[in-house]
Design a protein around this ligand. Sequence first.
Ligand code: NAP
Length: 289
Amino acid sequence: MTRSAPTILVTGATGTVGREVAQRIPARYRVRLLTRRPEAVGRTADHIEVVAGEYADPESLDRALHGVDRALLVTADVGGDHDTRFLHAARSAGVRHIVKLSGASVSDPGADDLITRWQRDCERQLCASGMAWTLLRPRSFMSNTLAWAPTISSEGRVRALYGDSVNACVDPRDIADVAVRALTEVGHEGEAHVLTGPNPISAVQQTKLLAELLGQQLTFEELAEDEVRAQYRRRHPGPLADALLRSAERQRAGAKSRVENTVLRVTGHPPRSYAQWAADHLTAFVQAA
Ligand SMILES: NC(=O)c1ccc[n+]([C@@H]2O[C@H](COP(=O)([O-])OP(=O)(O)OC[C@H]3O[C@@H](n4cnc5c(N)ncnc54)[C@H](OP(=O)(O)O)[C@@H]3O)[C@@H](O)[C@H]2O)c1
């Protein structure tokens, strides 16, 4: 590797998208993975370095960003200041280009929940930062259905809200493929990439596909709104629980069904289907018991 190889920082490097991005950046780049728990990251390739970093700790960000040219920014603190802190440190460190993982709801005119407002605000901060930017706006991740694994393996059952409502959900590997293009090619600066899978699909249809692939009978049980509201409120603060419900209601109204051709246009390969994602992750549904 030459000394002049550009350095790319991947935040959220242990998460669903960042993990895939880290594996896909060509070895001619120096890659730095940011995590709060470097000890939890296993062996990596020679061009990859793991650094300790926490958004709330400015000194750790300064260390992680030293010499970095480009960065993938992944944050998940709805309503918090992680983007503000990271952008401040990145600008001071001389980072030239930030690729930000946002969400498709940002461009839905009818979306005004807490999560969408937070993502819009984070995008605005990046666009006003003076650094070059690219926004990734994925629809729901196909991997969200991993939450069904425990009841699939223990009871042969999927429980979800609005089972017939469809979502043009996207494979996180396709988000990562687009992220890597944006981090390593010219031409993505100032672009907002809305990312979907190849077709809108409902929870009932996903359950049927999983049953076929597993060779097992699965029952779909539609959850009542009150039941889901109570579940969300047990797990999340009230405003976040309400935002998740409003998001589900928008899906029921058809707001998440539109398919985009961005994955094909940017990567040259068609987006992966839910059937493909499920086939590649089948063991997770068997081993959850
Ligand atoms: N799931 C969906 O359907 C969906 C759809 C559209 C958009 N999104 C957006 O995708 C983003 C989440 O991406 P993801 O699912 O790939 O992430 P994830 O799997 O939830 O992982 C979160 C990552 O953030 C890191 N992290 C958390 N707190 C941190 C802190 N204080 N300092 C430094 N790092 C921290 C974690 O690293 P360590 O624990 O290793 O430190 C981890 O790698 C969110 O912005 C969400 O709104 C999600």
